[in-house]
Design a binder for this molecule. Structure first.
Ligand SMILES: [Mg+2]
Length: 251
């Protein structure tokens, strides 16, 4: 293998290469609007919209370990939330409305983060590039295709969960050198902390719409405060990454 290809960058996809969470947030808003007449002070189930979100969160916490991430599973959680809210005997109009939400979520446009293509073009000259994304196999593979970015990457890996063992397996499968392999992503929980724990470098690229962003950002601040990590870098955007890495890996 040529020396210049020994260094490897592993990219997260959702909310790192392209927008993702905004579409889930939009789906939740649509669902709340659709079911607005079931929500209110007279409802014993959901006196306000926040109560509906609590029900949805509980259903998600229970179903994600069983079903994984992905739009179809998420919309099933919306259907189950609806069943909690609805006490009538028909509900077909609501269910059709949820089908529409699913259709829009699955076919959402691919909106790339600023400067993705020129940044990948610059980085591929010096680094082997991988994608490592969690979620439904078919859905994530479809997004990689629709993004128009696939040709920049040597490999695309889709996994159910990005925990430390998944990183160890990735390193072994692709015979990566931990000292010059860098995980790049927006999620402390899925991208940064498990990659550091697996002995890799990590570049945190914050995104304001990350799921549970406040909680995650606070967690990262705590981790960095308690034990600053020598292999952790922070970039405000993808376009900062080539110069940031050039300082850390000059050769
Ligand atoms: Mg992400």
């Amino acid at each position: 293998m040529a020396p210049r290809r020994k260094k490897c960058l592993i990219f997260d996809a959702d909310d790192t290469l392209w927008e993702n969470n905004i579409y889930f947030e939009a789906a939740i808003e649509e669902f709340l609007d659709l079911t607005a007449d079931l929500i209110g002070p007279t409802s014993t189930v959901a006196p306000h919209r926040e109560a509906v979100l609590d029900i949805l969160r509980e259903i998600e916490i229970e179903s994600i370990p069983r079903c994984g991430y992905g739009s179809c599973h998420f919309v099933n959680s919306l259907r189950e939330t609806f069943r909690h809210l609805y006490t009538g005997t028909d509900g077909i109009e609501y269910l059709r409305g949820i089908d529409g939400i699913e259709e829009r979520l699955i076919n959402h446009p691919m909106v790339l983060m600023p400067d993705v293509a020129p940044t990948l073009e610059a980085l591929r000259r010096s680094y082997r590039l991988l994608v490592f994304t969690k979620g439904d196999q078919e859905e994530q593979a479809g997004k990689v295709e629709r993004s128009g970015l696939k040709h920049y990457f040597d490999e695309v890996e889709i996994t159910r969960e990005k925990h430390i063992d998944a990183y160890h397996e990735l390193v072994e499968r692709h015979i990566l050198d931990r000292d010059c392999t860098i995980m790049i992503g927006n999620s402390p929980r899925s991208d940064i902390l498990p990659a550091l724990d697996a002995g890799l470098w990590a570049v945190f690229v914050p995104h304001t719409h990350t799921w549970d962003f406040e909680h995650e950002a606070e967690r990262l601040r705590l981790v960095m405060k308690v034990e600053p990590h020598p292999r952790l870098l922070v970039a405000q955007s993808l376009s900062e990454i080539p110069s940031l890495l050039a300082r850390v890996f000059p050769h």
